[in-house]
Design a protein around this ligand. Sequence first.
Ligand code: PGA
Length: 239
Amino acid sequence: MNRIICDEYEDLSRSAADIVADQIGKKPDSVLGLATGSTPIGLYEELVRRCDAGKIDFSKARSFNLDEYYPIMKNNPQSYNYFMHEHLFSKVSFSSARILDGETDDPLGECAKYDEEIKAAGGIDLQLLGIGVNGHIGFNEPAESYSMPTYHVKLSGSTISANSRFFTDGEKPPTSALTMGFGAIFGSKSILLLISGASKAQIAKKLFEGKIHTGIPACLLLLHPNVTVILDRAAAAEL
Ligand code: PGA
């Protein structure tokens, strides 16, 4: 894994934007795998700035998002659909932007269709990832075995409680989600993993021990030939 350590979160976001810009520069119709969470927000802000300045153009690019809560309405401010529109898609225009449908009444069919669409698009060129404090990737939670296809997953207690901070007014956080499995993630030609903040220092340390801890989904990334990890200093504190 290539490792880049930045001083601050803002530097991490700029460095990640350089990698995305390079990908789009080389291949304007790239297929990007996008992620949600607090970590990529600075990257999306930087990409919007660069688009506004005419330095990058996503009009030929296609995107697939990693995951979505299930069930959830698209107009729920906690849905990942809402997040992506707020942070990126309302400001930058992509040729197509696909997000798993949290409103579907056929979650299994939706997952199968998603994998077919990714395949038909030629696979993902650059997959952006965050990481959970428990090492989850997308909503691939620590488990004994991991799904290759996109699937409907029950969330772990630690993820539900980490995400409950966003759900207010008595609204219960969803306990399940639809997520890309390791097939689509590993099929990606390159992977960009962003790790920010002191709360991720322990999991970053585990990841860079160079051992495949099977209970830590992110460790499987050690097997992928083209992964770049960008950390800020707080996340890299234990390395
Ligand atoms: P975060 O989430 O960016 O909000 O820390 C990452 C994740 O849980 O995958």
